[in-house]
Design a protein around this ligand. Structure first.
Ligand code: FMN
Length: 190
């Protein structure tokens, strides 16, 4: 593991004004000094999973690029809204593609989940569906502290596109600090 922990963020929302994108954008500001946080490429251009595409054309370049960056990272943060009490279809689709790769990039990977929504419970129901999916992929998902950003629209500045509510920033920073410790504990040493 490198001295500076390389952490990448996977965003589950595709929309321009995404509140979850604002949460992801805030992470580098609140991360501990030994952690670099960078966004992964958008999942917007990943085609719908189809085994025929995989067999006839191979994995899409968008999937390979995502996988390579996840493999190189010390940890992955999934930042996502909740859709209909569950995981947004686009995010599930990206995970489905990643899961079929021969060198499946989520296996053994430290993962942190952050959900935010306009509702009061901040996407809690999505978190447990996402955890269930990641069990099958052998990801090392951190249990606690959790982050569920409720009523997130009141905690951001639409101008800067960042989280400005101090309690929420402190919570995010504290969770990333715990994630740094978790990565050190669970990562396989070279
Ligand atoms: N919010 C919830 O809290 N729970 C839900 O189950 C839920 N389902 C949604 C389903 C769809 C298809 C959409 C478009 C929104 C849903 N919402 C739900 C509202 C989202 O929390 C809200 O649109 C949020 O801003 C989406 O995240 P984003 O801003 O990062 O795009």
């Amino acid at each position: 593991m490198s001295e500076t922990l390389k952490v990448v963020t996977l965003l589950g929302s595709l929309r321009k004004g995404s509140f979850n994108a604002m949460v992801a954008r805030t992470l580098p500001q609140v991360a501990p000094s030994n952690m670099a946080v960078n966004p992964l490429p958008s999942i917007a251009d990943i085609p719908l999973y189809n085994a025929d595409i995989q067999e006839e054309q191979g994995f899409p370049a968008t999937v390979n690029a995502l996988a390579e960056q996840i493999r190189l990272a010390d940890g992955l943060v999934i930042v996502t809204p909740e859709y209909n009490y569950s995981v947004p279809g686009g995010l599930k689709n990206a995970i489905d593609w990643l899961s079929r790769l021969p060198d499946q990039p989520l296996a053994g990977k430290p993962v942190l989940i952050q959900t935010s929504s306009m509702g009061v419970i901040g996407g809690a129901r999505c978190q447990y569906h996402l955890r269930q999916i990641l069990v099958f992929l052998d990801a090392m998902v951190m249990n606690k502290p959790e982050f569920m950003g409720g009523v997130i629209q009141n905690k951001i500045d639409p101008e800067s596109g960042e989280v400005i509510d101090q309690a929420t920033r402190d919570h995010l920073g504290g969770q990333l600090t715990a994630f740094a410790d978790y990565i050190a504990r669970v990562s396989i040493k070279a």
